[in-house]
Design a protein around this ligand. Structure first.
Ligand code: IVH
Length: 664
């Protein structure tokens, strides 16, 4: 990746993060899950690590994004309200611990549940609650004293004691229990008001009410987790002191030292958290000694003495209410599970993937069953298995459809698999999905052209082929229901902007079966223009690593269809990029493209996960085991048996620095 490309990518990530932070903090209405937000932030952090010259003071990796809302009075915090860096595996946690180990051998840690609510600072003067503020941008927050006074578990006055400092700044989390959240959403439903996505948004929405009476009715709760002024020598002592003063302190906090105990706590809490009455989104690990905390300091917005451990995936049982067939972009019909809504990784899940009919029948999943559902990071929730012990007598075996649920065209059965396909080239569902793919993030990335607007434009006869997107005019769309002048203008601007995207995006957007973004990038780099790609022979195509029989055939078939050639010509005429321009990746900066790479041992500056993400952003395939097909082995400290095997096989072995160098 060139610096120019990194800059473009970083700018794009910053824009997305700003949008999502605004939705989350200011509007209490997130568009993506926390895990998805974390993944965007991780991408930004790893790119900035690679190109430190591109880090700016205003980057969301360096600061907290939310601006204080205008309607509340602003309050400057006595000391900044910090955020926490995340780790997503025990390995990454280990890297964090090892880094601290270098500072001192005798560190103790306090482990605490990470409560999924919103941070507040409570200021007590001579034992009286005089100020309360949200985190805001970390430096300045909103004055929410009137509302906080309506939270029963927050003490308004503290017991007088000689230990009580004049000013006490208590930090903690305001949250809503699952039960209150459910009751509130039932009420919202009855009153025809929008539902809250999760308890945290409900808590935030309830605390940032201009009418404190509403906060009172919402039954919010509080856990204190730090003392920002008036601190004792150790964080653990602070927690005990807060308890004595009458603050609720979470009962699952523990002071630990040995690495194995820390890991055990994390494993145990994963089980315990399921039966808690409130949502948690991980474990916070803090250095106990306050002197040590001060010595370690911060990087940007995150303290170096604390980290949040996030659990990888969340699973839960729920009832399978129905199975419905869904039509994909290629016409393949796949089963979708309709679920009794269940809270997973902080958001309500009502639909999940059943992958394909084979999977459905192999696992003997029936309507009415209790099923285990999993949501892992950005991945769409999926049904993993049936709880057979709880199968009701009237559970129903799913009957395969014989016609397309969208156009009622008879389905064809593909050989071998329980796979069905709609082959009606005019099928509305296929059409809709093709447009969604065309404008998706890795495709033409047209913001504002979401599912419902696409449907609206199709309904109004404005979209027949993706090329029509580039012919839309303001007169045609400004008066459509639900669009309006301003959104129409924004949409046209986003469409115009998409013409700047790379050939790889365009190639991906075309939706050639089996061509994902990675393959599209490989093809664009190799052939450099659509003309060369269109005339490539089977042999030419198979010269590229990873491109096998299936992809080759798919490409040849696509370009043999005159309709597709017409589409390409129209898109070319509209000004889309069908050649590689200077700023696109070229083989000289794509040394990892298509290479099988493995990381082993602990690296110095990157976690293995970050390194893997970085390598994959350069087109490498990350593999988990070493074989003669492995191209590159990157070794860190304590690499162990994998290093030996790599040496035995005579593979290319790099250390972290050498790995980073080849990316330059
Ligand atoms: S300590 C310097 N402890 O997590 C560290 N934060 O991602 C500041 N949170 O803004 C926070 N439970 O809203 C800390 N036991 C806990 C927490 C906790 C939840 C939240 C808090 C913070 C966010 C950072």
């Amino acid at each position: 990746m060139t610096e120019q490309q990194a800059l473009e990518h970083i700018n794009k990530l910053k824009q997305d993060l700003a949008l999502h932070a605004h939705q989350y903090y200011d509007l209490d209405s997130p568009l993506i899950s926390d895990a998805e937000y974390d993944a965007l932030m991780q991408q930004l952090i790893s790119l900035e690590k690679k190109f430190p010259q591109l880090i700016t003071a205003t980057s969301p990796s360096q600061k907290l994004l939310s601006k204080p809302a205008k309607t509340f009075k602003q309050i400057t915090h006595l000391t900044p309200m910090l955020s926490l860096a995340n780790v997503f595996s025990l390995e990454e946690l280990n890297t964090f611990l090892e880094r601290l180990d270098k500072q001192s051998d005798f560190l103790c840690f306090v482990l605490e549940p990470k409560i999924d609510g919103l941070a507040v600072s409570l200021i007590y003067e001579n034992g009286h609650l005089v100020r309360a503020a949200t985190r805001g941008n970390g430096k300045v927050g909103e004055n929410i004293l009137a509302n906080v006074k309506n939270i029963a578990s927050i003490p308004k006055t503290l017991p007088q004691s000689s230990e009580l400092p004049e000013i006490l700044d208590v930090r903690g989390e305001v949250y809503m229990s699952y039960q209150t959240f459910e009751e509130l959403n039932n009420l919202q439903l009855e009153q025809g008001k929008p539902l809250f996505a999760n308890p945290r948004n409900a808590a935030a929405g309830s605390l940032r009410q201009l009418d404190p009476q509403i906060t009172r009715e919402r039954n919010l709760q509080f856990f204190a987790y730090a003392l920002a002024t008036g601190s004792k020598a150790e964080h653990w002592q602070n927690l005990q002191f807060l308890k004595e003063l009458g603050f609720p302190v979470n009962e699952h906090c523990q002071k630990l030292k040995a690495k194995k105990d820390i890991e055990q706590y994390i494993r145990d809490f994963q089980i315990q958290k399921v039966s808690l009455a409130y949502a948690t989104d991980g474990v916070v690990l803090k250095v106990d000694s306050i002197a040590m905390q001060e010595r370690l300091g911060f990087t940007g917005k995150d303290p170096k003495w604390a980290v949040a451990y996030k659990y990888p995936a969340e699973k839960s049982y729920t009832k399978l209410l129905d199975i419905i067939p869904s039509v994909g972009r290629s016409g393949n019909i796949t089963p979708i599970a309709v679920l009794q809504p269940v809270l997973l990784s902080g958001s309500m899940v009502a639909r999940a993937s059943l992958h394909n009919f084979d999977n459905l029948f192999q696992k003997d999943i029936r309507i009415g069953d209790t099923v285990l559902v999993q949501k892992a990071g950005e991945i769409i929730p999926e049904v993993i298995e049936v709880d057979f012990k709880n199968r009701p007598n009237d559970s129903k075996i799913y009957e395969l459809p014989d016609s397309c649920p969208s156009c009622y065209h008879p389905l064809i059965k593909l050989p071998g698999l329980v796979a069905y396909k709609c082959i009606n080239s005019k099928c509305p569902a296929i059409n809709q999905k093709s447009f969604e793919h065309f404008v998706s993030k890795q495709g033409m990335n047209i913001k504002g052209l979401g599912r419902s607007i696409i449907a609206l434009l199709i309904e109004n006869n404005l979209l027949h082929s993706p090329a029509d997107i580039y012919q839309l005019s303001l007169e045609q769309i400004a008066n459509l229901p639900g669009l309006g002048q301003k959104s129409a203008e924004n949409l046209l601007a986003a469409i115009a902007e998409s013409k700047q995207l790379d050939f790889a995006n365009v190639l991906y957007a075309l939706g050639i079966p089996h061509i994902g973004y990675k393959t599209a990038t490989q093809l664009s780099i190799h052939f450099k223009s659509i003309d060369k790609l269109m005339t490539a022979s089977k042999e030419d195509l198979q010269l590229i690593s990873d491109i096998g029989e299936k992809i080759t055939e798919s490409i040849l078939l696509y370009f043999a269809n005159p309709e597709n050639i017409v589409l390409i010509k129209k898109l070319q005429a509209a000004g889309l990029n069908f050649t590689v321009t200077k700023t696109t990746a070229s083989p000289s900066n794509s040394k990892l493209l298509g290479k099988n790479i493995i990381f082993t041992g602990s690296l110095e500056t990157l976690t293995r996960e970050q390194a893997a993400k970085l390598a994959s952003s350069f087109g490498a395939n990350i593999v988990n085991s070493i074989s003669k097909n492995t191209d590159i082995v990157v070794v860190g400290n304590k690499a162990g048996s994998k290093l030996k095997k790599a040496q035995d096989l005579g593979l290319k072995i790099l250390n972290e620095e050498e790995f980073l160098n080849i990316l330059k």
